[in-house]
Design a protein around this ligand. Sequence first.
Ligand code: BTN
Length: 236
Amino acid sequence: MGTVTSTMDIVRQLERLGAAEGITVIAASQTRGRGRAGRSWQSPESAGLYCSILLRPRISPYRFQPFSIAVGLALCEALDPDQQIGLRLKWPNDIVYQEKKLAGILLTTSLGGALVESAILGIGLNLHPDTARPDHAISLTEIPGSNPAAVEQLFESIARMIGLRYDAILCEDPERALADADARLAFLGRAVAIEDGSMTHFGQVIGIDDRGALQLATSSAVVAISSGELTRGPRS
Ligand code: BTN
């Protein structure tokens, strides 16, 4: 493990060179770690798990759609197997503890014809506290009851859980891919706002559907929202 710009960049290069599915890059630190929506991901030396994995699903985007939610659930499962700690998936791609962000997921896909030819899955997991991180972040060692093992060991259990759910996606079994979604979903039953481009949806979170979309009971209907950022709080 060394320092890289971003593990996403390295895996992208390997993908272009024809690397096989499963190839993984884990870095000790990143100089240009990135998150969703153009944000940066602070990646100080040895304070987190920073990794990217190459996948070659070769299925339709429709079938692949629930995968990023499945990864979030796999992370919760690996880090909080008995649901004793209270880690939750904040739809769509954050793992939180009491509303503080513990981990984030970045998924990029490349199409080949009508199929997802390759995907690069990036995971950033805060392991130890670091002043470079924003206030709303938390690390695994700060969470009571957590089991902060060595990076390699943590990666192994995370990869195992992702593998099981990825297999369910490839077998077209969204129920298995998204198992336990409601139990592990943050803000279930709560009023939230979802910002999606220029639109904001307000409503009560009622679950995740078999496409990984967030089901929201608005004042007029139940709607399924497939992308956006969840910001807490009722309509003001
Ligand atoms: C997010 O929450 O916005 C997603 C964060 C993803 C961060 C990880 S760290 C490893 C990989 N390399 C990157 O540059 N980003 C992802």
